[in-house]
Write a protein that binds this ligand. Structure first.
Ligand code: 3VV
Length: 217
């Protein structure tokens, strides 16, 4: 639903929903490029001021017709779960990497990824909160594909080596065990040669009202 001038409009039923998602994903990607351009720019101050004014105008255009919250979790036309507004994996969300996760037949998960300069924490390296966020989401996804979708109860992260940005990395995770509504998942972020940079263990708890709702296909 969208709110425009006091009216409520269901745009999904009004047009081609898939074409709209593709257009929104392109906007999300362009905005990611903008974010990195902002943190790296060396243009003169008057140019910065001019670009800021143009961005304010563009922001106003996007705000002209808006939702009350990001796009929800849903089952896509091909039957797969998707959450395009998600902060970590959503292609429409510029804050998201986005993390593109593949599931293996063994119900483990993997994602090839590369952090960007805008993820910098310690000078030259990725912020530990950003890598923890990636681990939280990937471990949660691994719990879900194992049939134990839940909310993070605890997340323990061991930072073994600093994480570079701008380089291809591999993140993997696997469900290890469940007891009732509690499930444990292990994961890591590694260099392509297998050198582990970050290790994480998470406890995911299936809220009572989720039981049976998010069973994998
Ligand atoms: C988001 C996914 C959407 C759908 C997925 C489906 C499809 C999959 C596709 C794609 C996957 C995407 C993956 C995303 C991953 C991202 C995950 C996040 O970032 S989640 C945000 C951060 N976490 C919170 O905000 C939790 C806030 N806390 C709560 O909501 C509750 O406290 C909750 C649900 C964690 C537990 O509430 P209770 O009422 O169900 O729990 P009680 O009944 O009190 O306890 C049950 C057992 O769990 C233990 N427990 C409860 N909370 C614990 C905690 N925080 N740490 C350790 N143990 C805890 C208790 O001691 C108890 O254990 P005993 O049975 O006695 O052995």
């Amino acid at each position: 639903m969208f709110y425009y001038g006091g009216m409520t409009i269901d745009l999904a039923s009004a047009g081609n929903a898939e074409a709209r998602q593709a257009a929104l994903a392109a906007l999300g990607q362009q905005t990611r490029e903008l974010i990195d351009a902002v943190v790296l720019t060396e243009v003169p101050e008057d140019e910065i001021t001019s670009v800021t004014a143009e961005l304010a105008a563009l922001t106003g255009r996007l705000r002209a017709l808006r939702r009350t919250s990001p796009q929800p979790f849903e089952i896509g036309p091909d039957g797969t779960p998707r959450h395009v507004g998600n902060a970590v994996a959503g292609p429409v969300n510029p804050h998201a990497l986005p993390l593109i996760i593949e599931s293996t037949p063994e119900r483990t998960v993997r994602a090839e990824l590369a952090f960007r300069p805008s993820h910098e924490g310690p000078p030259g390296w990725v912020h530990g909160g950003v890598t923890a966020m990636i681990m939280d989401h990937l471990l949660g996804h691994a719990a879900a594909v194992a049939g134990s979708a839940g909310m993070t109860g605890t997340l323990s992260v061991r930072y073994r080596r600093p994480v570079p940005y701008g380089e291809p990395l591999l993140a993997t995770a696997e469900h290890t065990r469940s007891e009732g509504r509690k499930s444990w998942v292990d994961g890591r972020i590694a260099l392509p040669d297998g050198t582990v940079l970050v290790e994480a263990t998470g406890l995911f708890i299936t809220p009572s009202d989720w039981v049976g709702r998010f069973d994998p296909a």
